[in-house]
Design a protein around this ligand. Sequence first.
Ligand code: HEC
Ligand code: HEC
Ligand code: HEC
Ligand code: HEC
Length: 452
Amino acid sequence: MGSPAFDGIGARRNYEWMAKWILDPKAERASARMPQVFRGAKAKENSEAVAAYLASLKTSSEVKLPEYKDAVREGEAPTTPLFERLHCNACHVTSGGTVETNKVSLHHVAAKFPPEKLIEFLRQPNAHYTWIRMPDFRLSAKEAKELAEFLTKDSAVAPPKVDDALIEKGKTLVQNSGCLNCHSAKLDNKFTGPQADKWEQGCLAEMPPEKAPQFNFTAAERADLQAFGRSGRESLFRDSSAEFAERQTRVLNCNGCHGQVEGFPALEILGGKLKPESSARFIAGEISYKPRPVAHPRGEPWLEARMPGFKARAQLLAEGLAALHGYGPKTPPEPAIDNELAKHGQKLIGKDGGFSCVSCHGVAGLAATEVFESEGINLAYSYERLLRDYYYRWMRNPLAIDPQTKMPVYFEDGKSPLTEVLDGDAEKQITAMWHYLRLGQKMPAPNVGEAP
Ligand code: HEC
Ligand code: HEC
Ligand code: HEC
Ligand code: HEC
């Protein structure tokens, strides 16, 4: 699924680190997907030549970095590093560590990135590599700088030495060694590999010959690839979105955060909860508001973590998560809003004569009135967020979905304690509130009782 672009890479990555990486990617990062291209007696020399050529590629098309604001947090200055507060450690370790963990070590970043380029990377990880697994935290310039300083604090790096004589040799090697089968560059690809019907040879042989790239496939992976070779390449395109979601949530380590920390929504239910359209925008990082508040109105931190964006995969992930729960990629339209019902809904959500949902939930411009322990999500977002079925299930019994939730159960045996409205019928009241929620940002403010 794509590889980093070579365009301008010499300005973004240090020569010495590249030479080490090219010589043996897996030694630098256990989960590297790049194969070891050069092996045998000349491996080190060739890797250095190629790195010297790449280091000479200093200019690339201008990248315009996004400008995000700092997350505002009132109260005392936090003592835990931003790295922890944002849960970077769900996927990373900062020291060398063992390569046994599936976490990517960041011990080497001072050697790999020129300082300014590390900050740029953090602000837009996918700028030169669309399918990178590192998500986009929409960091402000200040946050990115703080993280970069944290990651490089103990490391002094000598300025890289590049042997200019190697550059031409490296260029030829890049053209002839298959690098350009994966990486893009303004350069002709002169690689000639074995025919693709020889699935038992070259890099797929049990002992790959020296001139073939070494992917370190396990026996099982080799067997899968060979079976795939026999069955024809069409099967590549038969991949269903549900399978995609199952595989990618593992590859991307979504559960490194979800299900680990209190307040993070559980990943398993999301496909049966969110409309795939809004889920796709959310996963891509394109929704500008943060559903759950960062801090209690009194100032103590609440859910400071933010969901990072996984832009390239968001659409398929959202469709796949929905498919795992039997929902299609498009939410079917609903009949027109019934204004009478919406009026009943407004009353029910308000305070006097209603359930006083507004004590915990904001409604469009109106903030929640009495938040004690846990704030709900602003109800003006609910219609665009939630699948209709989920809303009904949640309203009938939120505890059945989330046993930890602070949201009260309002209905029992299909009956409502508010007998005056719509015959006290639970389903009718839930429907009335749905019609009100469907007004979204146009929801007229509900009654919030007497001013104190
Ligand atoms: C969901 C998992 C995940 C989270 C959370 C995450 N990262 Fe990453 N990050 C990755 C992966 C995977 C890579 C390797 C990307 C690649 O090159 O394919 C990466 C790469 C990086 C790199 C570049 C390392 C290199 O060798 O190129 C830095 C720096 C980095 N992450 C910093 C951070 C910081 C800071 C945070 C928190 C704000 C963070 N990451 C959160 C998964 C994650
Ligand atoms: C089979 C595809 C493939 C081939 C062939 C390949 N690479 Fe890579 N390369 C990748 C991928 C994928 C990454 C991203 C890191 C990872 O997941 O391994 C990468 C990362 C890199 C990086 C680090 C970029 C960064 O900023 O982190 C460099 C440098 C690089 N490759 C150079 C080369 C050179 C030089 C060759 C040829 C000698 C080559 N690659 C051959 C797939 C490939
Ligand atoms: C760094 C931690 C982290 C990682 C990794 C992460 N998430 Fe999240 N995710 C969050 C947080 C925090 C929220 C709640 C955001 C909020 O309400 O402000 C969230 C919310 C969501 C939501 C919206 C749920 C709702 O009810 O509003 C979806 C969908 C989601 N994540 C999907 C994913 C997927 C898919 C992945 C992996 C590709 C993933 N997340 C990886 C932290 C993470
Ligand atoms: C005591 C506080 C409290 C009260 C009162 C309350 N809720 Fe909630 N509500 C919550 C919490 C907490 C959540 C879960 C938020 C989350 O997923 O992070 C929630 C979630 C919801 C959701 C799902 C929102 C979304 O977009 O994911 C809806 C819809 C909802 N509540 C409707 C109502 C209605 C209607 C009432 C009144 C009948 C009500 N709530 C009363 C606390 C409350």
